[in-house]
Design a binder for this molecule. Structure first.
Ligand SMILES: Nc1ncnc2c1ncn2[C@@H]1O[C@H](COP(=O)(O)OP(=O)(O)OP(=O)(O)O)[C@@H](O)[C@H]1O
Ligand SMILES: [Mg+2]
Length: 344
């Protein structure tokens, strides 16, 4: 028996095994995972091959690995944005903890595994995604809706494309609502497995509007490790709970500084706080990202660190992306509807 470690069940009863073909002692079949971002892909292939090869009369064994990301089912989503399977906001209690950097690197890490990914910069107050991804070709308005910008294989929409940097826009509730709904329903996203939404900090209007407009697969909360930051992160989690949006996990950012010259570690903001908070709140812990000058430099240069596959820092973001994708799969396999909240 071959067991999927994330679900603790065998891959046949989970429906992962497809297209079984037997001819003259050779056996071929496909294993379809629920995300291409699975760290156990090769392990499952090997185990399945061995299990079948051990059967009497079997000669050659041919295993094809594929993935089909499941979506969060909802009639409202079907109406507004049917081809986007999962909408995942990245939030934080307080500003400057690395949300936008996490959003960009997670989107790129997921795309790097073969998933179809988009990123929506919903930080209308200070959009940074176009700079982080060095994306300066404007989205195109068409009769069928806005065609998003595209960079490094991901689709991008941001208020940053539509305003000048020194423009001051005063956002009123109805304008925010209209913009968020436009970004969701009037953008030609095409088929996407994951749409990552970079939120402004805090628990304000954009968060409310997004949760109200559409059922989300679940939110990711970014926090630095120190107590004050975690207390505010807790507020973000409480907000999502109140809005019936599941929290898929917490990421600890700026976890430990590694001196590039001497290699010494310094826990500038403490360490392990987010993991402990996640345990206490019963929320999954998705991983930690070190505080590293290289991350900041790459972001400023518009080539996020994940694009540098050899970097151990890229590995940190990739691990978080894999853990997130696993949480998304688990959530969708539970096949619950995420209820839509009416804000009065
Ligand atoms: N792990 C990290 N190591 C070093 N610098 C980082 C790291 N993560 C983010 N930064 C830097 O910290 C600054 C703030 O990051 P970022 O803009 O991603 O935060 P944010 O939470 O989106 O901020 P805001 O709340 O203003 O939207 C940026 O200069 C970014 O390059
Ligand atoms: Mg930001």
């Amino acid at each position: 028996m071959v067991t999927d470690p994330d679900r603790g069940r065998d891959i046949v009863s989970l429906g992962f095994v497809k297209d079984v073909q037997v001819a003259n002692g050779s056996v071929g079949f496909t294993i379809e995972l629920t995300t291409p971002a699975s760290p156990v892909r090769e392990q499952l292939r090997q185990q399945a091959r061995q299990a079948v090869a051990a059967l009497p009369g079997v000669g050659a064994v041919n295993v094809t690995m594929t993935a089909s990301v499941r979506g969060s089912p909802s009639p409202v989503k079907e109406r507004l944005i049917p081809a986007v399977k999962n909408i995942i906001p990245v939030a934080s209690g307080k500003g400057g903890v690395g949300k936008s950097t996490v959003s960009a690197n997670l989107a790129l890490a997921l795309a790097g595994t073969g998933a179809r990914v988009g990123i929506m910069d919903a930080d209308v107050y200070g959009p940074t995604i176009p700079t982080l991804l060095n994306a300066h070709t404007l989205p195109k308005p068409t009769a069928e809706g806005t065609v998003p910008a595209e960079r490094y294989g991901i689709k991008i929409i941001s208020m940053g494309f539509f305003i000048r940097e020194d423009d001051a826009i005063i956002w009123r509730g109805p304008m925010l609502h209209k913009t968020v709904r436009h970004f969701l329903g009037k953008v030609q996203w095409g088929e996407l497995d994951y749409l990552i939404v970079d939120l402004p900090p805090g628990t304000g209007d954009v968060q409310l509007t997004l949760c109200q407009a559409i059922p989300l697969t679940g939110a990711v909360v970014v926090s630095t490790p120190q107590d004050v930051a975690l207390k505010v992160a807790q507020k973000a989690i409480a907000m999502f709970n109140q809005l019936n949006t599941p929290v898929l996990g917490i990421i600890e950012d700026m976890a430990s500084y590694v001196c590039p010259a001497c290699g010494a570690h310094d826990d500038v903001f403490g360490t392990g706080g987010a993991r402990r908070a996640a345990d206490r709140l019963g929320v999954p812990f998705l991983g930690e990202i070190p505080l590293a000058t290289e991350i900041r430099k790459r972001s400023d240069a518009g080539r996020p660190i994940v694009l540098d596959a050899e970097s151990p820092l890229a590995r940190a973001y990739l691990t978080v992306a894999e853990n997130l994708a696993a949480q998304v799969s688990t959530r969708n396999m539970q096949r619950e509807l995420t209820p839509l909240v009416q804000i009065r």
